[in-house]
Ligand binder design. Structure first.
Ligand SMILES: *Cc1c(COP(=O)(O)O)cnc(C)c1O
Length: 430
């Protein structure tokens, strides 16, 4: 399997090079030259075994091929249960049972395992994993690389735009993980990280790696839980499962689309956006028009220029074909609040603000007469956003054990201006 760039400026390259580089040298995103079809598709496997099966075609020529099963066993070692909600055909795919209580733990842990194995054993300077985060990526990547030999992590997050518990979760690692609170938005963080990763001069002095959702090593492993849920569902009910996915940078939803294209029994894919409605507008027929980020209650989805759109577009001939691949809806903050408030009664769950956007989209589909089985993807545990969720549901939401342990640690972060010169000097001092 060869990988090319969405910008067309590189020769086809191996998975191992693409994983280590993060961003293609021409500034584009790595994409597989073709999408393999999955021959073996059976239910009853563990999540880790399904992951191994689904990821195997991508790793066919990789140095990591023989370690794939073990990498999957280590990364997918917590469950992704598909839970029934109150009404028939309504389901919740819970992806928040990992160390930082968000779905990003799966891919971050898988990528960290890959990069450890790919690292040159003779290298003396640690590789700095650079990560821009709107909250949850940074924690997942920090946790995945914490105390990992040969690596350090620099997390950039928008100051004041993550929840207090998220900020704590970013700054609590210590050791080889450094948190920078950036004076700017998530898009600013992402821009500076992209600039650093394409700065040849900097990279000769500080070996850099990427773990953002633009990294292929984040995208591919996210196909596994969709495959697993869809296979189990078809085995039990005989029909494909449809997914509603809280969306920001479009990484998680693109993985679902990729799993569908590999032939897995996935029906409709619907994106739930917050007030950052560039995707709903596009899928509704408007031009693709990135805008400045709007801060919302679902902050991990505060993205005005979803990076993975470039991949989605690359995979389609034109806009009209692309617009048939999925639908997208925008949900404002007032509706997010309302959905959280009524979710215990209506659905039998307490959702985080991100999950609430998708729950609301489900309510809309039902109101329009859609009776198909839908899985709302629960991207984070509600206890991560307790300052929003608790007043709305009227009772405390207990953090899961791993989150509680992180909150008990002290946390620190360093202020950083939103420009490449500031980041360059910070990285050279580390
Ligand atoms: C990152 C994140 C999202 C958005 O996922 P994308 O892959 O960026 O679309 C949604 N919800 C939560 C809780 C997240 O952490």
């Amino acid at each position: 399997m060869k990988f090319v760039s969405t910008r067309g400026g590189i020769a086809p390259t191996s998975l191992d090079i693409a994983l280590a580089a993060g961003l293609a040298p021409d500034g584009g995103l790595y994409v597989p030259a073709h999408i393999p079809q999955l021959a073996v598709q059976h239910a009853g496997a563990t999540l880790a075994d399904t992951a191994t099966t689904v990821l195997a075609p991508w790793f066919a020529e990789s140095k990591l091929q023989s370690q794939l099963a073990e990498l999957c066993k280590n990364a997918y070692d917590f469950p992704a249960p598909l839970r029934s909600l109150s009404m028939p055909n309504d389901h919740l795919l819970e992806l928040f049972h990992g160390p930082t209580a968000a779905f990003k733990d799966y891919a971050a842990r898988f990528l960290a395992g890959c990069l450890s194995h790919l690292r040159d054993p003779a290298a003396t300077i640690p590789t700095t994993i650079l990560v821009a985060t709107s909250g949850d990526t940074g924690a997942a990547v920090g946790a995945a690389f914490h105390r990992r030999e040969g690596f350090s992590v620099a997390i950039l997050y928008p100051d004041g735009r993550v929840s207090p518990r998220q900020a704590h979760g970013l700054g609590c690692f210590g050791d080889n993980v450094h948190a920078y609170r950036v004076d700017g938005s998530f898009d600013d963080c992402q821009r500076v990280v992209k600039q650093a990763l394409t700065d040849i001069d900097l990279r000769t002095r500080v070996p850099l790696g990427s773990a953002n959702s633009i990294s292929l090593g984040r995208l591919l492993p996210q196909t596994a839980y969709y495959a697993h849920a869809a296979l189990e569902f078809r085995a039990r009910h005989g029909v494909p499962l449809n997914f509603i996915i809280p969306t920001g940078n479009l990484g998680n939803a693109l993985a679902c689309w990729l799993a569908k294209r590999m032939g897995l029994p996935i029906g409709g894919i619907v994106l739930a956006s917050n007030a950052n409605d560039v995707l709903p507008r596009y899928f509704g027929g408007d031009e693709y028009a990135p805008h400045a980020t709007i801060a919302t209650l679902a902050n991990a989805m505060d993205v005005g220029a979803p990076s993975n759109f470039e991949r989605l577009r690359w995979w389609h001939h034109d806009d009209s074909e692309l617009r048939t691949s999925m639908r997208a809806f925008s949900v404002d903050d007032a509706t997010i609040r309302d959905t959280i408030r009524h979710a215990p009664d209506r659905h039998g769950v307490v959702p985080c603000p991100h999950t609430a956007t998708a729950l609301h989209v489900l309510e809309r589909l039902r109101a329009d007469g859609d009776i198909r089985p839908w899985a709302v993807v629960a991207t984070a545990h509600p206890a991560k956003f307790e300052t929003i969720v608790e007043p709305l549901v009227g009772h405390p939401v207990d953090p899961p054990p791993a989150l509680a342990a992180a909150l008990a640690l002290p946390a620190t972060s360093t202020p950083l201006e939103a420009d490449i010169a500031a980041l360059r000097s910070a990285l050279q001092q580390e």
